[in-house]
Design a protein around this ligand. Sequence first.
Ligand code: C2E
Ligand code: CA
Ligand code: CA
Length: 678
Amino acid sequence: MTRLLRSPLERYVLAVMFTGLASVFLSLHGAASPASTGAGLAVVALLVGGLAIGEFFPTRIWRGDGFRIYTFSGTFTLALVMLGPLWLALLVQISALLVEDLHKRRPPLKVAFNLGQYAVSITAARIAFALLTGQAIGGGSGHLVAGDILPSLVAAAVYFGVNVTLVSIVLALAEDQPVFPAVIGHLREEVVMTTTLLCVAPVVLLCLQFSLLMAPLCVLPILAVRQSARTSATNAVMAMHDGLTGLPNRTLLLHRAGRARDTHRDGEQIALLLLDLDHFKEVNDTLGHHVGDELLRLVARRLELAVRQGDTVSRLGGDEFAVLCPGVSDPAVAEELATRLVEALAEPFPLDQISLHMEASIGIACYPRHADSVEQLVQRADVALYRAKTDRGTMQVYDPKHDFNSVERLALMEQLRSGLHSQIVLHYQPKCRSTDGSVVGVEALVRWEHPERGLLSPAQFLPAAENAGLIVPMTMLILDEALRQVAYWRDDGLDLNVAVNVSARHLTDADFPPQLAALLASYALPGGALTLEVTESSMMSDPKRAAQVLRRIRELDIAVAIDDFGTGYSSLAYLRDLSATEVKIDQSFVQSAQHDPRNLAIVRAAADLGHSLGLQVVAEGVENSETAALMADSGCDLLQGFLILPPVPAVEVAEWCRRPQVWTRSLPAQITRRMAEQ
Ligand code: C2E
Ligand code: CA
Ligand code: CA
């Protein structure tokens, strides 16, 4: 017993149970037999039957943010309470409960509570009814008269209030949450349905007294309430869940986040992890929507298995998921969880004849550490996710340093819109032949000279510009400026090609090739003066259309380079069909080739492949002479990188190009020898 009394929950359950036991004794005091109350035995039998059926066929109903089991026996219980004697109502209810609890093998503490709870509620209702009608508590009139209607409604209110309060307290204690808000919340949630059912009790009794043939009609209102509860549960489930994965949707996530905030304890954090799959769009576009859908379902299952009990995994839409983790001691714990999620996705996904690797970016924010409301929590996790995405495939905990939140981001885009013509500048980085170091062209790389923040790199504004629809006008400006610059250089005796990066939007725009032709004409430049750099992924959103647009661009003699080669999910057939002239092997392979033979093998294979398709091969991100030598040796035709020159303003790059190329001097002897031989 001392062990039992250790926690407030156990003490509470025992108190309810003993009060229930006392109620049973009270019911025996002055007890009458049903016959002596004058109630027809048939009426009693029907009520007992109704109670048992209600108790044994409960329904799952949706309450707030989850399912609860609801029994529809209350109408009959209350009818028995009004009819008296009290012991009969108690006996029937307790027997039904016992059978049900034992059948479901509920733990003893739960059974004890259930019995106590009903005994107390029923007795309280009977006391209220007896006091208002002048009947004995343990007795009964066996007959409902018109004057009993008001007392029966009061009894219904007492039964409802006591029952829901007792349950709310036990739930709050079990979940270690504040009691008072839980009670108020539950009373509010249950009031309409439960009081409707209870208020039907006098109607049922009056009908049965009138004629037993009314029995089937009495059940109709109860069935109607039950049916509407089920329908609204179905609707609520649909409104709160994602149809594809069955996961909670944004609405339910926010609801649960709100509840977690209301019940959150000092010293603890509620972590929100926003997760966005990398390259999902390409999977969808390349393999079809049914594969994309299946992938999302598999991702959902893996995430569910990776989280802790009590966490909510939700799909916010597209390839964006969220995990809500209440009761986290520290943001570091949330990071561990994010690592678990990443690991859960690391195993390849077996799909329709193909097995796919998925990576994700995760943004993490915690309440109250980073935010003081649920709305802010979501927004800050989003800021962290945005940061993770621009850093490619990593996780990020919210850091105010990176937060120019959505409002600020909008403001930033407004500033970009108005500063587009005056504040966007281009830096240029040379591409040099690996054989003799000579410069063949420059790549134009955009910068934003922000009046307050200084020089911003593309990573700091391009993703937002892309979202804000600014990328198209910006690229047209960049093209104009780059071509103007090249025309100027050519007049000045510097025969360079300029490469401009273009985004996916242009590749699906049939007007783009004529616009390019007009631009070239306005500077009297041949198509060969321009290279467009496109990424594999930018072609995937609409490969057919992109191939058409690229073909027309090639007809203008403009060169096309596949940028960041090796990082997307492209098929080799695309490479063949895309009429490209150049592949740029991504920096990640180039930079690690020196220490990782596997990446060196990839570089060699890509160079071979490029050559056999008749393409120029560029190694980008060359930072030291060892890498330069390795790339030259692996067959890369052109090199680009900080070793040669970082991106610099036009004046500097021109000056640099006119000087004799000294960067080759730092190369190991055998390469310079090879260069000299060529
Ligand atoms: P990218 O097209 O792959 O450009 C190469 C990036 O690598 C540039 O970064 C360049 O500064 C950097 N880089 C060059 N050599 C080295 C090196 O040796 N080591 C390292 N670590 N990095 C090197 P930047 O200028 O920050 O541009 C980043 C990306 O932004 C570009 O990647 C490109 O995708 C995009 N971008 C830049 N300018 C434009 C533009 O005008 N339009 C569009 N649509 N995208 C642009
Ligand atoms: Ca590029
Ligand atoms: Ca690149």
